[in-house]
Design a protein around this ligand. Sequence first.
Ligand SMILES: [Fe+2]
Length: 465
Amino acid sequence: MTSVHRDVETATPRETAEGETPHPLGELSEQDLRAHTAEVLERARRRSVELTDAVGDDDLVKQHSKLMSPLVWDLAHIGSQEELWLVRDVGGRDPLRPDIDDLYDAFQHPRATRPSLPLLGPSEARSYVAEVRNKAFDVLERTPLRGRDLTRTAFAFGMIAQHEQQHDETMLATHQLRKGDPVLHAPAPPPATARHLPEEIVVPAGPFTMGTSVEPWALDNERPAHEVFVEAFALDTTPVTNARYAEFVDDGGYGDRRWWSEGGWSYRSEYGITAPRFWRREDGRWWRLRFGVYEPVPPDEPVVHVSYHEAEAFAAWAGKRLPTEAEWEKAARYDPATGRSRRYPWGDDDPTPEHANLGQRHLRPAPVGAYPKGVSAVGAHQLVGDVWEWTSSDFTPYPGFVAFPYREYSEVFFGSEYKVLRGGSFGSDPVAVRGTFRNWDYPIRRQIFAGFRCARDLRPGDAGV
Ligand SMILES: [Fe+2]
């Protein structure tokens, strides 16, 4: 580890607040905040509808992979969580469907068993989520957005919008696993315009503010802001590309025990893994399946659908390692000119299509160099959007962590079972991605839209040493 957590007790609230920029949502009038919140919820719903209307009823109730729920489960679960938090808790209204609470409790039923439950059918699920949404909007209209932690700055509404978008990304992953003709369509991402980028950037040693205490819709695991000292390190300017990853594959990387951890090697051996998921070698070149389209692997795009174990093995082969979570966040947020941590790599403004490949606008990562306006203050490209990036860090609480609004949000997942992923993918909505956002998953997961970039300790003679 190259980072050291300092004693949080030494950071006074004033020092912490100085390390971050105040958030614009907190400055909106209640009326504007309500309008903004409604728009974010509506955007999530449009996407849920698009993902579920794209296929027929048979495909909605079917399990396309044991790793995933039927799409109709995700849809009704979205409504169920919205009912629990917004209609019942915030609104204090009577339950609409208390009889189905248990069916849509993710902790009660693992994904593999969900198809055998007496789930709501497609049309029932559609009318249920619409009814819940009507009530939730009524609650939004009548609830003071101050005072109670759950409703201050519309937190619970923001949490539910993020929850829906996260399930939309999960449903997008189900679409990727689904067999059959393409049903989703989107324009190609922008081409690379930043060319001849250096392979690495150097991030200087020093403290920075990690996490947040000011982002109103940040989740419990992103809090609180705290100072972390990070040694100087080098980080890849961009995520690892398909071309570079193919070099590792073609060099026999999957068969060379040297590059793999013990857990990674046994995983790779047990499942017979020889390339990223959805890749196939044919006529001497690599092809991939992407949302029903079979196509040559594009060399300049970030590699996607690799597990943590594969990312770690590639990094060892390249003479590097994966960045820690603190290193990733420092490269994304730290501005050496001000000493502050920004909300996003490019600054404090919400993401636009010029900054990053987010929100399922495109059904693939963009080539490296496609988002020069999204560059971070220390020169890293495409940290946000395109692909989630595996870090070497376990999912653990920050010093001063307080579970909110319930233990099952994050706390029950803390520990060494999960690795942290950062930055969001082309399938993540802007409401569910920011410089502080933490995702976590098992190190064997490959169906998610995850890639990575490498880091390394500096050597004598490197710039900045
Ligand atoms: Fe959920």
